[in-house]
Design a protein around this ligand. Structure first.
Ligand code: PMP
Length: 448
């Protein structure tokens, strides 16, 4: 196939996520035409380490023949049929395999098309349940500054990244945002313990101010991913869950990024953070990015509140439980197990995190943070952690550009670069990745 004009077609016709109107039609984006293992290959033939793991999702890496086979077999047998009144055995099997690995009594899987629709489904289920319980006033969702939960109207309404709230409408009456939980921004003499107490009190106070009879749920990513890999202080989630339980507020753990191995476990809520939430949302690593799919996993307790009532949960998608995506998910799960990738992530984590922390020697770097195979390097030209974002707006993009020249793609976000490579990354590849990142940072430092 002749793709000579693909860049021009892209410029002229493909509106991308977060498309900047000032550069519309002029981006000349790099074409990624192939990939294998942890590498993607550009149209210019450059082999680059996939730093962001696609978009936090390519757990088992690229080019897996067995994935292609499993998906093709399913497409041949049954590519699609309506999930509304019928079902397919592949999705049913996948639901069973997911709940086997999910914590506590999270036993009901609602399949969606991705993370946003998983969050949307979770929020709509909470509304549905409260309506059926005769609590129509109990609807407010508490979220946090810098949270990202998706791009549907409802999921975007509970997302707290300031810049993303500038131009699009939101259901503001339904949401309340708690302040940043990043310990980096705590007051100068404040201990981590005091900061933790303050953040937990933020939730408690918000519930009391808004009224426990008005607040339906608290939604939280275990680690705020797109907000800049923000790791809340230890014990935060456990204590927030206690606050929620005391006030009859549901806890939705948005594990779209953290589930399926990113932190070395199937789900991070229980194994890493010690909580059994009421609903977990997931996507991305669910199929290792081979096919779109998400899920809201709902606890038996919540289902019992609605089961048997004369009501319909009128929420669903043409592609809920899509057989080809379910086949991809099952095979990806099998590969994660066969190759002991959860254990592998646990082994690689200290190497990855140590190399990340070493970057703080570079004067451009104001913070390094992360957990598991998630990392963020934050920079400022002034070296001040309370940085002037306007001044440093382009730093992430500059670092990414320098790293791409050297064989590594990053995900720039304002003055940060975040990364979450495929879980199969080995020790030598981690060293290579951080060697390039260091060289990229030094090149930007020199140029400034
Ligand atoms: N929740 C979180 C925590 C996410 O990081 C994302 C995507 N980055 C979403 C929800 C939305 O997922 P999707 O893009 O698949 O709709």
């Amino acid at each position: 196939m002749d793709n000579t004009n693909a860049k021009q077609w892209d410029n002229d016709h493909f509106l991308h996520p977060w498309e900047g109107m000032d550069t519309l039609g002029k981006n000349n984006r790099t074409l990624v035409e192939g990939a294998s293992g942890i590498h993607v290959v550009s149209d210019e033939g450059n082999k680059l380490i996939d730093g962001p793991g696609g978009m936090w999702c390519t757990q088992i890496g690229y080019g897996r023949e067995e994935m292609a086979e499993a998906m093709a077999d399913q497409a041949r047998q049954l590519a699609y049929f309506s999930p509304f009144s019928n079902t397919n055995s592949t999705a049913a099997r996948f639901a069973r395999e997911i709940v086997k690995r999910a914590p506590g009594d999270l036993n009901q899987v609602f399949f969606t098309t991705g993370g946003s629709t998983a969050v949307d489904t979770a929020l709509r289920f909470v509304q549905f349940r409260n309506n059926l319980l005769g609590l129509p006033e109990k609807k407010i969702i508490i979220s946090r500054q810098k949270a990202y939960h998706g791009s549907t109207y409802l999921a975007a309404s509970v997302s707290g990244k300031e810049r993303d709230r500038l131009w699009l409408d939101k259901a503001n009456e339904l949401t309340h945002f708690l302040p940043d939980v990043n310990p980096l921004y705590r007051a100068q003499n404040q201990s981590i313990q005091d900061f933790l107490n303050e953040k937990v009190a933020d939730l408690e106070n918000a519930i009391q101010t808004l009224g426990p009879d008005k607040v339906a749920a608290f939604i939280a990513e275990p680690i705020l991913a797109s907000g800049g890999v923000i790791v809340p202080p230890e014990g935060y989630h456990k204590r927030c869950l206690e606050v929620c339980r005391r006030n009859d507020v549901l806890y939705i753990s948005d594990e779209v990024v953290t589930a399926f191995g990113r932190l070395g476990h199937w789900f991070a809520s229980k194994e890493v953070f010690g909580i059994e939430p009421d609903i977990i949302t997931c996507a991305k690593g669910l199929t290792s990015g081979y096919s779109p799919m998400g899920a809201a996993i709902i606890s038996d307790r919540l289902i019992e509140d609605v089961a048997g009532q004369d009501a319909t949960f009128s929420n669903g998608y043409t592609y809920s439980g899509h057989p080809v995506s379910a086949a991809a998910g099952l095979k990806s799960m099998e590969i994660i197990e066969q190759e002991s990738l959860l254990e592998h992530v646990q082994l690689m984590t200290p190497i990855f995190q140590n190399r990340l922390r070493e970057l703080s020697e570079i004067s451009l770097v104001t913070d390094t943070r992360g957990m598991g195979l998630m990392g963020c390097v934050q920079c400022s030209e002034t070296g001040d952690a309370q940085d002037d974002l306007k001044r440093d707006y382009q730093l992430g993009a500059m670092i990414d550009a320098e790293c791409q020249k050297r064989g590594l793609i990053l995900r720039p976000i304002v003055n940060m670069c975040v990364f979450s490579p495929p879980l199969i990354i080995n020790e030598a590849e981690i060293h290579r990745m951080f060697d390039i990142l260091k060289a990229g940072l030094l090149a930007v430092l020199k140029a400034n």
